[in-house]
Design a protein around this ligand. Structure first.
Ligand code: PRX
Length: 643
C-alpha cells in the first residue's frame, strides 16, 4: 500500500514569542532526558503523582504485556482532588458547566470532592459495589457524569462510560460484555433543542442484561419516569444521604481504572482496558506539557466524556493538574453557529481543544460569525480526532487564534490513553496539517509492510517502545488484543498510515484498516454491515467510506435486498434509521446504494476496495480476480445517479 500525504505542506510557522517566553516547556531538556534514559524519565513523571506506596521497578515488559510502576499503589481521586484541598486550590473552581438550555453549575475542588465521596459511599456501602466491579455510566455531559467517573475510581470500581448517543442495543452489548453490576444514568439528555429519554433507553437495554442489579438515575426534570423498585435509585438522594468523608481504595498501579469501548474491524466493539498508575502518569504529564496548563487558565475541551478525549483531557488530565475545566453540554451549531465563540467570550476561556470536523463546519459558516465575538482570552488552540487539512488549520489559526495562539494538532487513540504525537506549543514550529513529533518519552516510526523502518516517507504508524498509558488489553479477549495490535509488527501497530518528513514531523493520513473516522468518531465498517444485514429486508451489505468536506469521511452502504423486496421511496430512509437505532445516529450511512450484486472474488469475498474506489470516483484497481467483473459497471452507473 502506498501511503502519501494529500496535503501540500507549507512552511513552518513559529509560535509567538510572548507565548514561548511563558511556556511550561521552552527547551529540549525533556527530550534529552527521555532520550538519555527513558525509564528514568517516566519515573520522574510518575513522581509528580501522590503514591500510597512506591513502586519496586518502573517497567516489567513482556510483549504485549506491560506493567508500569510495579507494585506501586495510589488512587486516582486523591490525585485529582484530595491533594488540592490542602493548597490554594481548595476553593478554586474545578468544573464550570453550562448546557444548551442555559443551565449552569460550578463546583470548586472542595465541593467536587464532597460529592465524589458521597457517591462513593453510596456505591460501596449502600449498594455493596466492590473494587474491580464494573459500573456503566450512560449520561449526558453534565458534572454528574464527572462525579460518577470519579466516584467509581475512588472505590476502585472499573467505569465503562458509554456515550449517551448510543442506542439501547449498543448499550446492552456493552453492559453484557463488561458484566456491569450497576448503571448510572440520567432521566433526559438535551440535544439541539430536543429531549432524549435516556432512562427509557436504559430500561430497554436492561431487558436482556442479567448482571445489572442497581440503576442510579440523575433526575434533571420533574417528569414522572418508569421506576423499578428495589433496582432504581435517585442520584441526588443517594448523594444527600451519604457521608462526605470517604477513605479511598488504594489501587495497585496495574489495577484497571476503566474500560472504554471503541470500534474495530469486526462487528464487535473492543473494551479497551486502561490501568491506574501509568494512565494517570501520562494524563498528568501530557496535559501539562501539551496544553501548557497554568493555574489561571480556563480550559475547554469540547469532547464528551463518552470518548477517550473526554476521559483524559476533560476529566483526569486537567483535574490532576488542578486546572479549571469548562464543560459544555451542547453542539457547535445550536442554537446558532456562534455558540462556541459566545461561550469563549462570556467565560474568558483561554485554552480551546476541539475536532477538525467542528472547525470545518465553522469555516463553512464563515468568519463573519466569530468576528462578532471577543476571542482575545484565547492563548492556545488544539485539534484532535482526525487529520486536520491545512486549509482548516489556517482558518482556525487566523480567525479563532488571531494568529497569536499556537495550535497543537494532537495524534493519539483510545488505545494510547493520551497524546502521542504533537508539537509542544512553546517549543516547536508548527506545520499546518502535520501533527508533529512524538512527545518526550514516546517513540514512533513509519514502517514498511515487512516491518522495516522508513526514515523519511510514508508507512504504517507504529509506537516502538512501551509507554505508561498504553492499553493493557481488550476486556475478555486477550487474543484479539494480541492479534490487532501486536501481531503485524514487533512493536505496537496503530492501524494508521502516516508520513514522516525530513524534519521528523509526522503527518497522519488516517486508518489503513476497515475503520472509518466520521466526524472524529471511529466506526467499524463491519459494525454497520452487520446491523444492516439484521434488517429483515437486507440480504447483503458492504460499507465503505467516502471523503466528506465537513466530516472527513462519510459512510456509504451498498445493499442487496432480499428476494421479493423491491425499492421504495422511503426504503433508504428506513435503512438509515435502522442503523441509527441499532448502533447510534453517528453510524448512519450518508447514502444507501441498492445494488443487484456486490463485487466478489471467486471465493466469495467482497472486494470493498473496489467499492471504495468507485464511491470516491477514483480509477478502479485490478478487477481480474472478480467472479463478476461486470457488476462494477452497474455500480458505477447507480452511483452516478445517486451521489
Ligand atoms: O486515525 C486516527 C485518528 O483517530 C483515531 C483514533 O480514534 P479514537 O480512538 O476514537 O481517538 C480519537 C481521539 C484521540 C486514530 O487512529 N486521529 C486522532 N487524532 C488524529 C487522528 N488522525 C490525524 N491527526 C490527528 N491529530
Amino acid at each position: 500500500m502506498k501511503i502519501e500525504s494529500h496535503y501540500e505542506l507549507s512552511d513552518l510557522i513559529k509560535p509567538e514569542e510572548t507565548f514561548c517566553k511563558k511556556a511550561n516547556i521552552q527547551n529540549n531538556d525533556l527530550y534529552e532526558k527521555a532520550n538519555h534514559n527513558r525509564l528514568d524519565f517516566w519515573e520522574e513523571q510518575a513522581n509528580q503523582l501522590n503514591w500510597d506506596q512506591p513502586w519496586d521497578s518502573v517497567l516489567d515488559w513482556k510483549k504485549p504485556n506491560a506493567k508500569w510502576f510495579v507494585n506501586g499503589k495510589l488512587n486516582a481521586t486523591t490525585n485529582c482532588l484530595d491533594r488540592h484541598l490542602t493548597t490554594h486550590r481548595k476553593h478554586k473552581k474545578a468544573i464550570i458547566w453550562e448546557s444548551e438550555t442555559g443551565q449552569k453549575q460550578t463546583l470548586t475542588y472542595e465541593q467536587l470532592h464532597k460529592k465524589v465521596c458521597q457517591l462513593a459511599n453510596y456505591l460501596s456501602q449502600t449498594l455493596g459495589i466492590k473494587k474491580g466491579d464494573r459500573i456503566t455510566l450512560y449520561m449526558p455531559l453534565t458534572p454528574e457524569l464527572a462525579i460518577s467517573v470519579l466516584a467509581c475510581a475512588r472505590i476502585g470500581a472499573i467505569h465503562s462510560v458509554v456515550f449517551a448517543g448510543f442506542s439501547a442495543n449498543s448499550l446492552q452489548d456493552r453492559l453484557n460484555d463488561s458484566e456491569s453490576k450497576c448503571i448510572i444514568t440520567t432521566d433526559i439528555a438535551v440535544r439541539r433543542g430536543s429531549e432524549i429519554n435516556l432512562k427509557e433507553i436504559v430500561d430497554e437495554a436492561l431487558e436482556k442484561v442479567t448482571s445489572v442489579k442497581d440503576v442510579i438515575i440523575h433526575k434533571r426534570t420533574n417528569k414522572t419516569i418508569n421506576w423499578v423498585s428495589n433496582r432504581d435509585h435517585n442520584f441526588d438522594e443517594a448523594i444527600n444521604q451519604s457521608s462526605t468523608t470517604h477513605k479511598p481504595e488504594s489501587m495497585d498501579s496495574e489495577d484497571p481504572l476503566f474500560i472504554l469501548y471503541t470500534s474495530g474491524t469486526t462487528g464487535k466493539p473492543k473494551g479497551i482496558i486502561h490501568t491506574t498508575g501509568g494512565y494517570l502518569t501520562h494524563a498528568q504529564y501530557s496535559t501539562k506539557v501539551v496544553f501548557d496548563i497554568k493555574d489561571d487558565d480556563l480550559y475547554w475541551c469540547t469532547a464528551d466524556i463518552g470518548w477517550i478525549t473526554g476521559h483524559t483531557y476533560l476529566v483526569y488530565g486537567p483535574l490532576l493538574n488542578g486546572a479549571t475545566v469548562f464543560m459544555y453540554e451542547g453542539t457547535p451549531d445550536y442554537p446558532n453557529t456562534g455558540i462556541f465563540w459566545d461561550l469563549i467570550e462570556r467565560y474568558s476561556i483561554s485554552i480551546f481543544y476541539t475536532a477538525p470536523t467542528a472547525i470545518r463546519a465553522f469555516m463553512k459558516a464563515g468568519e463573519s460569525i466569530p468576528e462578532q465575538y471577543n476571542l482575545s482570552s484565547l492563548r492556545l488552540l488544539g485539534s484532535v480526532g482526525e487529520p486536520i487539512n491545512p486549509e482548516a488549520w489556517n482558518w482556525y489559526y487566523t480567525h479563532i487564534g488571531q494568529k497569536k495562539c499556537p495550535i497543537v494538532d494532537t495524534w493519539w487513540q483510545t488505545e494510547t490513553g493520551g497524546i502521542m504525537i504533537t508539537t509542544l506549543p512553546g517549543l516547536h514550529d508548527m506545520k499546518p496539517g502535520s501533527a508533529g513529533k512524538p512527545l518526550p518519552g514516546i517513540q514512533a516510526q513509519c514502517l514498511q509492510d515487512d516491518g522495516t523502518t522508513i526514515h523519511s516517507g510514508g508507512g504504517l504508524l507504529s509506537l516502538t517502545e512501551p509507554w505508561p498509558s498504553m492499553a493493557r488489553g481488550i476486556w475478555g479477549d486477550q487474543e484479539r488484543f494480541n492479534e490487532v495490535y501486536w501481531s503485524k509488527f514487533e512493536t505496537y501497530f496503530a492501524g494508521d498510515g502516516a508520513v514522516k518528513d525530513k524534519d521528523d514531523y509526522f503527518t497522519v493520513i488516517g486508518r489503513v484498516d476497515d475503520v472509518l473516522n466520521v466526524a472524529g468518531h471511529r466506526i467499524g465498517t463491519m459494525e454497520v454491515e452487520s446491523s444492516l444485514v439484521d434488517c429483515p429486508k437486507v440480504a447483503e451489505a458492504a460499507v465503505v467510506g467516502i471523503e466528506d468536506t465537513i466530516k472527513g469521511q462519510a459512510i456509504i452502504a451498498f445493499v442487496i435486498l432480499k428476494e421479493g423486496i423491491s425499492e421504495s421511496a422511503n426504503l433508504e430512509q428506513e435503512l438509515k434509521q435502522f442503523v441509527a437505532t441499532k448502533i447510534s445516529p453517528i453510524a448512519k450511512p450518508k447514502t444507501i446504494i441498492i445494488t443487484p450484486d456486490l463485487p466478489k472474488t471467486r471465493s466469495g469475498k467482497i472486494m470493498r476496495r473496489l467499492l471504495k474506489q468507485a464511491a470516491n470516483n477514483e480509477i478502479l484497481g485490478d478487477t481480474t480476480s472478480l467472479a463478476n467483473p461486470q457488476i462494477m459497471n452497474t455500480i458505477r452507473d447507480i452511483l452516478q445517479s445517486n451521489i
